[in-house]
Design a protein around this ligand. Structure first.
Ligand code: F0G
Length: 418
């Protein structure tokens, strides 16, 4: 069972108060001296650890990822810049769910249109520190778009492995224009990740999937922003954060954010929001693990959902994320593609344009309200992870049909009156 306790004891391998620790066996490693993504001894997942953990007073400057430098391994990164996303009011959805308060944190408003930018600004900075030159990832699309853009910004070569035919058009367009070398793999995302992990193990590439513990450091800032924004605007912290889950990197990152704040005394244990994960019915190994009380996930060989961003059968961060969901009093729920599409449309009606995977958070919240798991007195933040334009085909399918009209005003008027 993973040990996610944070300790203040700085091991000799630390550099400037930062080190890597294995969450399974506790072994510690130097952070930047050589490249490793998992434990040398037991292959457990690694986590970045710090001698000093910040409190709210340590964060300064504009609201973006680097405002939270005190919680990160560096003072600055390869930045576009990222973070500082909106926490929308959604009165229609709030009334529909009957919740005391519902806000939507729209991560689609990051530079490349998804939360992945928060991880890449840190990850590419670390890549420079480690001294590698070729960056790579497997991706359902958004990670590849972010890696391509941040790699370009950092003048580094990028290689992305995508499941052929299963990546939304906007994402491929981004990876392509930002200059990544795109390999379309005959297999699903999990196959892509297996291959890129092998390439990384052979020293061919530096891996920037969320298996890389530094990616998750950047993504912690979603949690920091949610807590600060919600507290400043609502006078208290939210009771629950609902988010779509694929590889469970974000879930792991948010839990780490909460653990660090509790450890530093910035957040009381009882103030930690309940982490609530949502998956598509056709790819829901995390939901299966939560329902069965497992401490691991079973790999789903066959996965299918129109929310292609979360079409993942082997969530590599499950050992970090499952304890997080449980320890915070959260849960995980699966939703149908139809429910996701309805939620995408309803968000759009409030002016919030998201890609299908993002709308899963709203669809999951609705299901949990119907089941009485989420109660009316809760203050909830739903995370929407990617922008509408990422997947134009899904948007057109969910939206209204264009109507052909003649090329003159009379004809247009006649059509409108008809
Ligand atoms: N939402 C969107 C829009 C995503 O792109 C992803 C993951 C997730 C949610 C799930 O996040 O993996 O941290 O649980 N996309 C990855 C990619 C896998 O390659 O872009 P997670």
């Amino acid at each position: 069972m993973a040990d996610l306790q944070l300790t203040g004891a700085e091991p000799p391998v630390a550099t400037d108060g930062v080190w890597l620790a294995c969450i399974e066996c506790g072994e510690t490693f130097p952070p930047f001296e050589d490249v490793r993504y998992t434990c040398d001894d037991c292959e457990g997942l690694l986590e970045a650890r710090y001698a000093d953990l910040p409190t709210w007073e340590d964060f300064e400057g504009e609201r973006n990822v680097w405002r939270y430098a005190a919680a990160l391994p560096f003072e600055e990164g390869v930045s576009l810049p990222e973070g500082g996303t909106q926490l929308h009011d959604v009165p229609g959805l709030e009334a529909g769910t009957g919740l005391e308060r519902l806000r939507v944190k729209h991560e689609g408003m990051n530079p490349t249109g998804s939360f992945k930018d928060r991880g890449m600004t840190v990850g590419v900075r670390v890549a420079k520190e480690v001294g590698v030159d070729r960056l790579a990832c497997a991706s359902t699309g958004n990670t590849s778009a972010a890696l391509a853009a941040y790699g370009a910004r950092g003048n580094m070569e990028t290689l992305v492995l995508l499941p052929a035919g299963k990546v939304a058009a906007g994402k491929v367009a981004q990876a392509s224009l930002h200059g990544a070398r795109i390999l379309e793999v005959d297999g699903n995302f999990d196959t892509c990740l297996d291959i890129v992990q092998d390439l990384a193990a052979r020293g061919e590439v530096y891996l920037l999937n969320s298996l890389n513990p530094f990616r998750l450091e950047g993504q912690k800032t979603i949690g920091l922003e949610i807590l600060e924004q919600f507290r400043d605007e609502e006078g208290a912290y939210p009771d629950r954060v609902v988010l779509p889950v694929g590889n469970a990197g974000n879930t792991a990152a948010l839990y780490k954010c909460f653990r660090e704040l509790v450890r530093s005394g910035a957040l009381a244990e009882e103030e930690v929001p309940a982490l609530t994960g949502v998956q598509a019915e056709g790819s829901a190994p995390m939901v299966e693990a939560i329902e069965h009380g497992w401490d691991h996930t079973e790999r789903w060989e066959e996965v299918e959902t129109k929310a292609t961003a979360i079409r993942i059968g082997n969530p590599v961060n499950a050992p970090k994320a499952l304890p997080g969901i449980r320890a915070t009093g959260g849960t995980a729920v699966a939703v149908s593609d139809d429910a996701i599409q309805t939620a995408q449309r309803d968000l759009a009606e409030e002016g919030v344009g998201v890609e299908p995977a993002s709308a899963a958070s709203i669809a999951g919240l609705r299901t949990l309200r119907e089941r009485g798991v989420v109660t009316a007195d809760e203050r909830v933040v739903c995370l929407t992870t990617g922008h509408l334009l990422k997947d134009p085909d899904a948007a057109v399918e969910a939206g209204s049909e264009p109507e052909p009209v003649p090329g003159d005003t009379e004809g247009v008027l006649a059509h409108l009156q008809g």
